[in-house]
Design a binder for this molecule. Structure first.
Ligand SMILES: N[C@@H](CCC(=O)N[C@@H](CS)C(=O)NCC(=O)O)C(=O)O
Length: 368
């Protein structure tokens, strides 16, 4: 397939959205031309809902008329269709652990990112004002009311309404502080997570950083002061284009990924397991004790059950010797047991079978 046959590509999203930012970084470095359009309410949302099954962003329309949704699935599709330049590492072990970190950055760092944006008045003022203008200009209501309802919606969906009450704030902020320490060690040594050129892991961490931690008033100040190498990496990545997708990668999984992988094994995967129990038992709200933080009334996510299923499938697809190596590393970082804890995963195949071209809203709706 030629890239030309897919053009023009229109990405619908927001210029401050986590996953829109992730996809934009990928497209820029991959050399995929696109135009960003605001996913406006109500017209843009209706269009995207009708064509992709949900209103999540980013959504994109290809020049041949097809629509796509879900950054993870979109990136995998583009990598399969256009192998050069390679963004998901070709080495099987690096591919697997990059996908694991992508999932961690997408689904777990989302928590502190949303917290910092919507919990603090400075963050909420900035983001609600931006979104009210960018996405809700056509909504017939006063600006202050749009800002108020956007803030309320986001807090109900993603912060207080997702198990982060005052008692959990310190624990959620600690996730951010540990991430800064872990990444600072890496970026003092080399320009990108896996070596001299950007790869999937950098794209994945750009969701939380480029569009939240290095942008929103409260966390951005901390990144600048406490993790200047991370600050520099975020700007370096934003300045990378197609021409920068060359350069060598390290061999294997670098030892300094260890603390990040511990975090996956000790925090993220146990959360996924608690989420699986909730979905299995039909509990839309659940309590979970994760890494010493007691989340009360967290929302279930059917999508995240699918995430774990995908990771298992990637592991099972590893060639024998790589599987052995991956297993050892997963065990070393406490990832192995939670990855396989549940024999049966409550995945509704019908809801996700059509990704990246369609995503049933039931799979992702946080407001049902
Ligand atoms: N798994 C999806 C997640 C997309 C997502 O959650 N996007 C957010 C904005 S950054 C959204 O649209 N949320 C839906 C909502 O708030 O209603 C992806 O990788 O693209």
């Amino acid at each position: 397939m030629s890239m030309d046959s897919l053009l023009p590509i229109t990405v619908y999203g927001s210029s401050i959205s986590y996953f829109t930012g992730k996809l934009e970084n990928y497209f820029r470095i991959k050399g995929v031309p696109y135009e960003l359009r605001a996913l406006t309410a109500p017209h843009g949302m209706k269009l995207v809902q009708q064509n992709t099954g949900s209103t999540q962003m980013p959504a994109l329309q290809l020049g041949d008329g097809r629509w796509m949704t879900d950054s993870t699935a979109i990136i995998q599709w583009f990598e399969a269709e256009f192998p050069e330049p390679e963004i998901i590492p070709g080495d099987p072990l690096q591919r697997f652990f990059s996908l694991l970190l992508e999932d961690y950055a997408d689904e777990w760092l989302w928590r502190p990112a949303m917290h910092y944006r919507w919990h603090y008045p400075q963050g909420a003022r900035y983001a609600s004002g931006h979104l009210a203008t960018e996405l809700a200009a056509d909504v017939p209501a006063p600006h202050f009311l749009k800002r108020w309802s956007i803030t309320r919606r986001q807090r109900n969906g993603y912060t207080t309404g997702d198990g982060i009450r005052p008692d959990q704030v310190a624990g959620v902020e600690a996730i951010f502080h540990r991430t800064l320490e872990q990444l600072e060690v890496i970026f003092r040594e080399r320009p990108f997570l896996l070596g001299d050129r950007p790869s999937l892991a950098d794209i994945a961490f750009s969701g939380p950083f480029y569009r939240h931690f290095a942008l929103d008033p409260v966390p951005a100040q901390t990144v600048r002061q406490q993790a200047p190498a991370v600050w520099e990496w975020s700007a370096r990545l934003a300045n990378c284009g197609h021409r920068d997708a060359t350069g060598s990668l390290l061999n294997g999984i670098p030892a300094d990924w260890g603390p990040l992988l511990n975090e996956v094994g000790q925090h993220y995967l146990p959360y996924l397991c608690a989420n699986i129990d909730a979905v299995t038992n039909g509990r839309k709200r659940f309590d979970a004790e994760i890494g010493g933080v007691s989340y009360r009334g967290a929302r279930w996510s059917k999508y995240r059950v699918w995430c774990l299923q995908r990771l298992r499938a990637e592991f099972s697809a590893l060639p024998g010797p790589h599987q052995e190596e991956a297993r050892n590393l997963l065990m070393q970082h406490d990832c192995w047991e939670p990855l396989w804890r549940h024999q049966q995963l409550p995945v509704d195949e019908a809801l996700c079978a059509r990704l990246p071209f369609f995503c049933d809203a039931k799979m992702i709706d946080v407001y049902d």
